[in-house]
Design a protein around this ligand. Structure first.
Ligand SMILES: *Cc1c(COP(=O)(O)O)cnc(C)c1O
Length: 454
């Protein structure tokens, strides 16, 4: 661990607005479709499921959207988060590149997820909603929404992907501590869950299945709404506070990023760190590169197809225009549970189609190798998800060394891994492996989709 430099933003400079990139996109994202009529979704279609104000944000084309003062007050518990010059990592790699990371692991729940959980609970609360439901992969989103709901006096049911429920018992305890009810998904609580358990008795669950369960409960109970921790436009919007702060902090150093990297599950932290900089590419002619780091075992952006697909396994959600592996895709049991999702959000999918962002895949073993190197160099043990971004940042830094070029690399440290030590333990004892995805499997899943994308 070397002396690293923290760039702190004064509290009164914390952004007052979220940034909505849709305003600056030449090719707007295609609309989501009502699965029954195949017609573009209208806001009213979503209001049974999400709080009205969040639906409004979902459809908004306004460039900046004000952050309510009550949300800002809670953000101030941990925001602005530090931007860190990773001198230790630079030294370990002996690279001429300057590496910076935005440290979202300092939030009370240990990840960026709280940035959207707080406003989601808030907008539900002011509408008079009493109960929320959600799903969680690794437990990060569930933990974040649990404490946010607790704060605003809402009760919460969390459907947690079974493999994580078993692999990550402590995250389950975190949610309970914050007052939420937690079920292993597929569960016996819902019709969907019971059906899935019959169909696939051995299943380790998936985010798609858990979403189906949480949506079912929200649609069938009064005063209940659902909260989603990624994928949707309003979630990406809330996360832009990461990049907006980072932009101001980098300005303080005099540097500007040549490449910005985020790990990629459904896209929320990637969108959060990149969109404010991508704005400058779109409106000021900057030429920064943006790389989404995804697991090789769940490669929607690098190997998936752009199609209309469901966001869940059972087809309860609208049809979403996205890069997808097909909603039947069952990802391998990798430890980066938050990245085990078959699709990407509509905005980020359109940006990928237009070649405004890139994607890279990372194998499980190289992700942990990067995580261990980073831990030793910087002292922070990263979440298994975040190690994917670190791995790509390291590759970029080594490329800079080969080319003898100075370049500025920025990545998002989406969370810490202190509740994921069982995964690190397995890595050390040689029990982890890489997973290959068969091209046939992707093709079969995609072939089942109705081809509605133009
Ligand atoms: C949930 C999670 C992710 C992946 O979700 P995105 O919406 O793609 O950001 C990444 N890192 C951590 C620590 C997470 O908790």
């Amino acid at each position: 661990m070397k002396t690293t430099k923290k760039i702190l933003l004064p509290e009164n400079e914390m952004p007052k607005y979220w940034y909505n990139i849709v305003a600056d996109m030449k090719n707007k994202p295609m609309p989501m479709l009502n699965p029954k009529t195949k017609q573009p979704l209208v806001p009213e279609d979503m209001e049974a499921l999400f709080a009205k104000e969040l639906v409004k944000q979902e459809f908004s084309t306004e460039r900046f959207i004000e952050i309510p003062e009550e949300v800002r007050q809670l953000y101030r518990i941990y925001r602005p988060t530090p931007l860190v010059r990773a001198s230790g990592l630079e030294k370990a790699l002996d690279t001429p590149a300057k590496i910076y990371f935005k440290n979202e692991s300092v939030s009370p729940v240990g990840s960026h997820k709280l940035n959207s959980a707080i406003p989601q609970a808030y907008f539900n609360k002011i509408q008079g909603i009493k109960h929320m439901t959600t799903e969680t992969g690794a437990g990060q989103w569930g933990s974040a929404l649990s404490i946010a709901c607790q704060h605003f006096g809402l009760d919460l049911k969390v459907f947690m992907v079974r493999v994580s429920y078993e692999q990550k018992p402590y995250r389950r305890s975190v949610m309970k501590t914050y007052g939420a009810q937690v079920f292993a998904s597929p569960s016996a609580e819902t019709e969907t869950g019971r059906k899935l358990r019959q169909l696939y008795p051995e299943t380790s669950g998936s985010l798609g299945m858990a979403i189906s369960e949480a949506v079912e409960v929200a649609l069938n109970q009064p005063d209940t709404r659902y909260g989603l921790g990624s994928v949707l436009n309003h979630v990406a919007l809330h996360q832009t506070i990461i990049g907006l702060e980072a932009e101001k902090q980098l300005e303080m150093t005099g540097d500007y990023p040549d490449v910005v990297i985020g790990c990629f599950g459904g896209g929320s932290n990637f969108c959060g760190i990149t969109f404010p900089f991508l704005k400058n590419n779109l409106t000021e002619g900057k030429t920064t590169r943006f790389i989404a780091a995804e697991p090789a075992s769940c490669p929607k952006l690098t190997r998936g197809r752009f199609e209309y697909d469901f966001g869940d396994t059972s087809g309860y959600t609208p049809l979403i225009p996205m890069f997808t592996l097909g909603h039947d895709f069952e990802p391998a049991d990798i430890h980066a549970g938050g990245l085990r999702y078959h699709g990407a959000g509509t905005i980020v999918s359109q940006l990928k189609r237009d070649n405004l962002i890139e994607a890279a895949d990372v194998k499980q073993l190289e992700s942990f190798e990067a995580g261990v190197l980073f831990s030793k160099a910087e002292g922070i043990i990263p979440a298994p998800e975040s190690t994917h971004a670190i791995c790509v940042a390291i590759k970029e830094a080594l490329k800079a060394k080969e080319e003898g070029k100075e370049k500025v690399i920025l990545f998002n440290l989406s969370g810490h891994g202190l509740i994921d030590m069982a995964a690190y333990e397995k890595y050390f004892s040689g029990q982890l492996k890489n997973f290959e995805v068969d091209e046939k499997e992707i093709e079969n899943n995609i072939n089942k989709l109705e081809k509605l994308a133009k």
